[in-house]
Design a protein around this ligand. Structure first.
Ligand code: DGL
Length: 260
């Protein structure tokens, strides 16, 4: 049984694994977290491309049948420049498509890492789907370390969220793309700060639906009795077990330490 390969710069991409498990509970998943090189979100395009290429090679060497680039930064900066032999999904295009379909006032916000915002990958994708839309992109660099620390709520997180999201509130966006693996973990507080009427486009859920449809169409689904999640990490991070439990609700098997 060939697994679906999923990679991220760290553990945050498990939000995509959680969404995949909901859509495809019987598929096996091989997850690679490049924890040794996290964060990607502050690095240059050429560095992120080099890391992404190595990660894809690693997953290929482990016999995956398809790959999901769960990392928004890698999807934005590297994926358009790389070729891979297996069906491959990034998270930018599906997130942008969903947001473009949801907006009613053509004012869309994007929150992401600094590198993703600088690349304008979401802006370009959104304008392809909805040329008339005004896109307001904002980097929220403190959200990643807050989530890594397990700070998902409380006054500090709320103060940070209020400050970061104020320009989007002022811009009167009705849809906001959560353009980073970690942000779905902050959904309740982001929703509270932005207001219930604002749609949050969580690319994790949307990409999982695309993968499920794509694998079915290519006749690549191989349900097993119990979909297993095997995890490979490039560094022994202490936060792995806590974050994995928070995101997946349980712990995948012991991670394997790999050098890519
Ligand atoms: N995985 C990254 C992303 O989705 C966030 C963490 C990082 O900066 O590496 O953009």
């Amino acid at each position: 049984m060939k697994p679906i390969g999923v990679f991220d710069s760290g553990v945050g991409g498990l939000t995509v694994v959680a969404a995949l498990r909901q859509c495809l509970p019987k598929e096996s998943i091989l997850y690679l977290g490049d924890t040794a090189r996290l964060p990607y979100g502050t690095k240059s395009a050429s560095t992120v491309q080099r890391y992404t290429e190595r990660n894809l090679k690693f997953l290929s060497s482990r016999g995956v049948k398809a790959v999901v680039v769960a990392c928004n930064t890698a999807s934005a900066l590297a994926l358009p420049h790389l070729r891979f032999d297996h069906p491959t999904w990034g998270v930018v295009e599906p997130g942008a498509e969903w947001a473009a379909k949801m907006t009613r006032n053509d004012r869309i916000g994007v929150i992401a890492t600094e590198s993703t915002v600088r690349s304008d990958a979401y802006g370009e994708a959104l304008r392809r789907w909805r040329p008339e839309a005004a896109v307001f992109s904002h980097a929220c660099p403190l959200f990643v370390p807050l989530v890594e620390e397990g700070w998902l709520d409380g006054e500090v997180v709320e103060a940070v969220a209020r400050r970061y999201l104020e320009p989007l509130r002022r811009a009167e966006v009705d849809t906001v793309v959560l353009g980073c693996t970690h942000y779905p973990m902050l959904k309740p507080i982001l929703q509270r700060v932005l207001g219930d009427e604002v749609h949050l486009a969580d690319s994790a859920q949307i990409v999982a639906q695309k993968v499920s449809q794509g694998l079915a169409a290519a006749d690549l689904l191989e349900p097993t009795a119990e979909g297993l999640v095997q995890t490979c990490l490039t560094d022994a991070g202490e936060s792995f077990a806590r974050l994995a439990r928070q995101i997946l609700g349980d712990l995948p098997s012991e991670p394997e330490w790999v050098d890519v």
